[in-house]
Design a protein. Structure first.
Length: 367
């Protein structure tokens, strides 16, 4: 089933509505001031985000209304993002970490507490997203999108893979042999092997982690590459036939190639929530601009626009009335209860994080 992004007509209507709202407030703010905020606001915002994760039109609409320009930079994994901001002075304002990484960043003092008075659209979040376990009460972060990690595959050439054995029991006679990609991500890829073995994905038991490492190494002959950036493009182009990856990226591949499908194996998969957070070393002017951007993203029409662009589920309940029923009923985006029961969240594991990195390094270096 192919999918399309928001129509040009809807985008035009949305743009007119936003411009009308801006006009009723007295037009674009003067340099250094924003909509009567009573304080200086930065005119530029540095956003550190996963690639192809937000419709660029959002930046245009935001700048037209506020005069604040958003500059996007990308990362490919939580670990990469974390390494770039841990030393301080990264220059980024808003970042988009996943749930378990938020916990790490709170503990390390890397995040700024949000001023909820500047984010009135927080109330648009669904109730469960207003009190997430890694950040109760949205003190530091606001959920951005949520999704799952499973298998994308070419349904014209492969039967639906019902088990992770499709990767971890490589068969030289199978069509996908040598044409499989896995995420270049220690927590995600080891999680897939742990799920296949029947273990908790947050285990720090060395015997279980070594077993997962060995499963990954044994699968390497059938693996084409470890890739977190282009796996959807490879799948859409037919260069790979199967990809361990995030559901929205796989559905973007499906948008380009209707033969692509997404499934979560019977053993289960990963569920995650990505978040909008502000770094603790930003200036007051940049923090105010960042909170304005977060509030803008939480508008129902903008939330729907983002989900229609990246094919991920929105934590913004108010956005659902702007999404097509086909989108809301797609099990690849909103998995049914019986599937959700088989999903696990990646959680922070303290010093155990270094174990995952060590075993992942061993996988990648194995011949």
């Amino acid at each position: 089933m192919s999918r399309t992004r928001l129509s040009g007509v809807l985008l035009l209507v949305l743009g007119l509505l936003l411009l009308a709202a801006c006009s009723s407030g007295g037009g674009a703010p003067a340099s250094g001031d924003a909509e009567g905020a009573g304080e200086d606001v930065a005119r530029e915002l540095q956003l550190f985000i996963w690639s192809e994760y937000i419709d660029p039109e959002v930046y245009t609409l935001f700048e037209e209304e506020t005069g604040i320009r958003v500059i996007e930079s990308n990362f490919a994994s939580n670990e990469e993002m974390l390494a770039k901001v841990q030393g301080g002075g990264s220059g980024y304002d808003v970042i988009i970490p996943s749930d378990y990484t938020v916990s790490i960043m709170i503990e390390e003092g890397l995040l700024s507490e949000l001023d909820h008075n500047n984010i009135p659209n927080l109330g648009n979040l669904s109730e469960d997203m207003q009190n997430v376990p890694y950040d109760p009460g949205n003190v530091y972060c606001v959920p951005y999108q949520w999704g799952t990690t499973g298998l994308g595959y070419n349904a014209a050439q492969l039967e639906e893979p019902t088990s992770w054995a499709a990767i971890f029991e490589p068969d030289e006679s199978a069509p996908q042999y040598g044409r499989v990609t896995m995420l270049d991500d220690p927590r995600e890829s080891l999680a897939a092997a742990l799920i296949y073995l029947g273990y908790d994905i947050n285990t720090t038991d060395t015997a279980q982690l070594e077993a997962a490492r060995d499963v990954l190494i044994a699968a390497k002959p059938g693996i084409m590459s470890y890739d977190s950036d282009q796996f959807d493009d490879l799948l859409a182009a037919g260069e790979s036939l199967m990809a361990h990856g995030w559901n929205g990226d796989v559905l973007m591949a499906q948008d380009a190639n209707e033969d692509i499908a997404y499934t979560i194996p019977q053993e289960g998969g990963v569920i995650w929530i990505d978040n909008m957070c502000i770094l603790s070393d930003v200036t007051p002017e940049r923090k105010r601009a960042a909170e304005m951007f977060i509030d803008f993203v939480l508008r129902p029409e903008i939330g729907a626009m983002i989900s229609e662009f990246n094919f991920y589920a929105s934590p913004n309940q108010a956005a659902e009335e702007h999404l097509d029923a086909e989108f809301l009923e797609d099990p690849a985006i909103y998995p049914p209860d019986e599937v959700r029961e088989q999903l696990q969240y990646i959680r922070p594991i303290g010093e155990g994080e270094s174990l995952f990195q060590r075993y992942w390094d061993e996988v990648k270096s194995a011949q």
